[in-house]
Design a protein around this ligand. Structure first.
Ligand code: MD3
Ligand code: FE
Length: 217
């Protein structure tokens, strides 16, 4: 039997790109554990289905959301906050799967954050046309901890601005398996997602899923 084609290549399954001060894009980092992530995701969504939450202004978001972990991000007429209870079921959010926690920890380590222990994982589902307007993530207590995001499914254009809402955003295409670690100065940069283009992803179908791991408390 011939040697495997890849035997002679270095064992590097991802590539690294610095996209801003403190922001590191690890292209393909989640690829090797894709099937574990998807299986765990199915189990979470069975207990805590995706739903369109409303902004404090009363507008339903185009992105559908759910959470796992001890703290879940929620928005309703009374504002944005982290809550241990899913308001739809009245029960705690599903626990964070070990495969999720381990992946987020390894990605943070690659970006120089040694002991990232997320207690929250917000799960965003984009169907074609769904978008997220420019915002900052400021509902967490410790801005010293990074945020780790994992993209699955259809590609999206991620918009990355600066500390001011009016800073012109750069655009980055995030694909299935890509992970970004956002720490240091970039942690409080304005960011968003352009309307999702229609398409069909071989594994995920007609959607994009984004997992964001946070230290909320
Ligand atoms: C940069 N989600 O859930 S992930 C969000 O693709 C959110 O669903 C987007 O923005 C998504 O809040 C972007 C990348 C991301 C997440 C949090 C950040 C980038 C960030 C916090 C600070 C800076
Ligand atoms: Fe955000």
């Amino acid at each position: 039997m011939s040697a495997d084609l890849f035997d002679s290549l270095p064992d590097q399954r991802f590539s690294r790109e610095q996209i801003a001060a403190g922001a590191v894009l690890l292209r393909g980092f989640a690829g090797p554990v894709e099937s574990d992530l998807i299986a765990a995701l199915h189990a979470i969504v069975e207990q805590a289905p995706f739903r369109h939450m409303s902004t404090p202004g009363g507008h339903p978001m185009s992105v559908a959301m759910t959470n796992c972990g001890g703290a879940g991000w929620v928005t309703d007429r009374s504002g944005y906050r982290y809550d241990g209870i899913d308001p739809q079921s009245g029960k705690p959010w599903p626990p964070m799967p070990e495969s999720f926690r381990a992946l987020a920890g390894r990605a943070a380590m690659e970006a120089g954050f040694d002991a990232f222990l997320p207690d929250a994982c917000l799960i965003n589902r984009y169907q074609p046309g769904a978008r997220m307007s420019l915002h900052q993530d400021k509902d967490e207590h410790d801005f010293g901890a990074p945020i780790v995001s994992v993209s699955l499914g259809l590609p999206a254009i991620f918009l990355f601005g600066g500390l001011k809402r009016t800073d012109k955003p750069s655009r980055h295409r995030l694909e299935h398996g890509d992970i970004v670690v956002w720490g240091g100065p970039s942690r409080l940069f304005f960011h968003g997602v352009a309307p999702l283009a229609d398409g069909e992803h071989a594994v995920m179908g007609r959607q994009r899923i984004n997992l964001t791991f946070r230290k909320a408390r």
